[in-house]
Design a protein around this ligand. Structure first.
Ligand code: GRF
Length: 197
C-alpha cells in the first residue's frame, strides 16, 4: 500500500520545548498519518538541535539568507518530504514563497490570546510581561494559520486561563507552557490528520 503519511517540519529558533513535545506526541500516537521529519532552525546554538537529535530527528541549520532563498529552502524541505510546517518559537519572518507553497499547511503558536500582544518583538517573556503590565485578567494560547502578516492568519484554536492578582510574568509563562504542551500537539493532529481535511 502506498504511504499516506504526511511529514511535518518544525521551525524553531531556541529552546525547543514545543518541538520536543510535538516529536514525542507523534512518535507515541503513531497512526501512520503524521510524523516530524525535520527541524529547521536559524540559530546554530539553539537548544532545539540537541532535543531533536536525541529524538532522532534531523535538523537543518539555515541562516536568514538560506531561508529566504527559494531554491535552497524548498529543496531542503522537499528532500525531507515536508507537507506541513509548524512554527514553534521561530523568530524570523517566514518568506512569502514558503507561505504560498505550503498554503494552509503552516501553523504557529502564540503565547497570548490574539489579537492581544502580537506583532514584532512580542515573543516569549515580552508577551507575558505585557499581559501583566496591561492588567489583563486572562491570557492564553492561540494556534493559527500563518499568513504573510505577523500573527494574523485564521485562528484555529484558543485556550484562555485567568491571570491571578498574585501572578507575575514568570508564573504566567509557566502556566502558558503547560497549555502549550497539552494542546499544541493535539491541535496539529486534529488539523492535519487525513480525516480532518
Ligand atoms: C513558546 O512560548 C511559543 O508560544 C512561542 O515561543 C515559545 C517557544 O518556546 N511562540 P520553546 O522554544 O518551544 O520552548
Amino acid at each position: 500500500m502506498q504511504s499516506t503519511r504526511r511529514n511535518i517540519a518544525i521551525f524553531a529558533s531556541g529552546n525547543g520545548s514545543n518541538a520536543e513535545n510535538i516529536i514525542n506526541y507523534f512518535n507515541t500516537h503513531d497512526n501512520g498519518e503524521l510524523k516530524v521529519s525535520l527541524v529547521v532552525t536559524n540559530r546554530p546554538d539553539a537548544y532545539v538541535i540537541k532535543r531533536a537529535g536525541s529524538l532522532g530527528v534531523p535538523t537543518a541549520v539555515m541562516d536568514r539568507q538560506a531561508i529566504n532563498d527559494p531554491g535552497t529552502m524548498l529543496s531542503v524541505l522537499e528532500s525531507h518530504d515536508v507537507d506541513i510546517i509548524v512554527l514553534a518559537g521561530f523568530l524570523l519572518m517566514v518568506p512569502a514563497f514558503i507561505i504560498e507553497h505550503y498554503h494552509d499547511k503552516i501553523v504557529n503558536i502564540h503565547p497570548s490570546l490574539l489579537p492581544r500582544h502580537s506583532g514584532k518583538g512580542m515573543y516569549g517573556h515580552h508577551v507575558h510581561q505585557a499581559v501583566i503590565d496591561s492588567g489583563d485578567t486572562e491570557t492564553g494560547i492561540t494556534i493559527h494559520m500563518v499568513s504573510e502578516e505577523y500573527d494574523s492568519g485564521r485562528i484555529i484554536f484558543q485556550k484562555a486561563i485567568p491571570v491571578e492578582p498574585s501572578d507575575n510574568a514568570e508564573s504566567v509563562e509557566r502556566k502558558i507552557r503547560q497549555l502549550e504542551a497539552e494542546y499544541f500537539p493535539q491541535v496539529i493532529h486534529q488539523t492535519f490528520a487525513r480525516h480532518s481535511s
